[in-house]
Design a protein around this ligand. Structure first.
Ligand SMILES: Cc1ncc(C[n+]2csc(CCOP(=O)(O)OP(=O)(O)O)c2C)c(N)n1
Length: 300
């Protein structure tokens, strides 16, 4: 990373995230890349809780939390208020939420924001689970992951559904810019935030963020696993403008990993390696990764 981004200026010390939290790393990268002339809204969730434990705040920019479901609506109100006051040149508006706040309960508010064409960058920190309330599944929880509401057992191999293709859903609204990124690649996050802020209209950035306690991993594994998701094809990194994929992060042949290497170190996938029949489910996950590699042309 560039030197000036090593020391975070805009989301600073004083927060209470777990060691190795992907969301904290991603959020401070977003804040520093965006710069000080922003107003941020935040849905209820880990990021809100760990950055603003009363009486402290880790945010050095104007920041507001209201409810779990309405980060996009509050941001919409701020954006039109700035326009009404003739002050839209003074600050860009960024809405932030977790995957539950985005793909589930905040989906309607996000859809409205996109439909009305607000000039907002919406950032979804995708921990693939409701981290803040004890690891319930969300619409972005991957196939077979163990969560407290998709338990494993004789009748269940964990989460039975696949990840909702939210970037495609957002793009179908006619969003100006849609991108995915990963806490494993902070320079990629920073570049995409800057690119998004050069554009106007509704923009969406979804960042894959390891959750140490929710995924059952060691803190020091966080970045390595975020990268393994990308390098196996399970979490493709791409950019779309006006509905068309304009750029992907290619996987070099010698970087390519099997999904095994991503799944195995995580307790939420331990059942796949422990019980007879797990191999069949790992094959399905590998097929999902292969389909991404094909769809986005990820291999060099
Ligand atoms: C209407 C409403 N329902 C439920 C909650 C409880 N709640 C607060 S945060 C949260 C989960 C947040 O998960 P996510 O959006 O994925 O963010 P994360 O904590 O993973 O960053 C839930 C269920 C709430 N605050 N408001």
């Amino acid at each position: 990373m560039a030197d000036e981004q090593v020391e975070s200026r805009l989301m600073t010390y004083g927060h209470t995230a777990c060691a190795g939290c992907g969301e904290a790393l991603a959020a401070r990268t977003v804040a520093d890349a965006a710069g000080p002339d922003v107003i941020m809204t935040n849905a209820t969730g880990c990021l809100e809780v760990f950055t603003t434990r009363f009486p402290r705040s880790a945010w050095q920019v104007p920041w507001i939390h209201s409810l779990f479901e309405n980060a996009a609506s509050v941001a919409s109100g701020i954006e039109v208020a700035l326009k009404a006051l003739g002050r839209e040149g003074e600050a860009r508006v960024i809405a932030q939420a977790g995957d539950g706040g985005t793909a589930d309960i905040g989906m309607g508010a996000l859809s409205g924001m996109l439909e009305r064409g607000h000039d907002i960058l919406y950032v979804c920190y995708d921990t693939e689970v409701y981290s803040n309330t004890g690891y319930q599944r969300s619409g972005l929880t991957p196939y077979t992951a163990l969560t407290t509401t998709s338990p494993t057992g004789k009748m269940s191999w964990g989460n039975a559904t696949r990840k909702k293709d939210l970037p495609a859903i957002v793009a179908a609204h006619g969003a100006a810019y849609v991108a995915t990124s990963s806490a494993g690649y902070p320079t990629d996050i920073a570049r995409k935030v800057k690119r998004a802020l050069e554009l106007s209209g509704p923009r969406y950035l979804q960042i894959h963020c390891p959750c140490v306690s929710g995924w059952g991993i060691e803190s020091q594994m966080s970045i390595r696993l975020a990268r393994a998701a990308v390098l196996s094809g399970l979490y493709p990194l791409f950019e779309m403008q006006d509905g068309v994929v304009t750029r992907v992060r290619k996987i070099k042949k010698d970087e390519l990993l099997t999904v095994d290497e991503y799944l195995r170190p995580q307790k939420r996938f331990a059942h796949l390696f422990k019980y007879t029949g797990g191999t069949e489910h790992i094959k399905v996950v590998q097929q999902l990764a292969d389909a991404n590699i094909e769809r986005y042309g990820l291999l060099d």
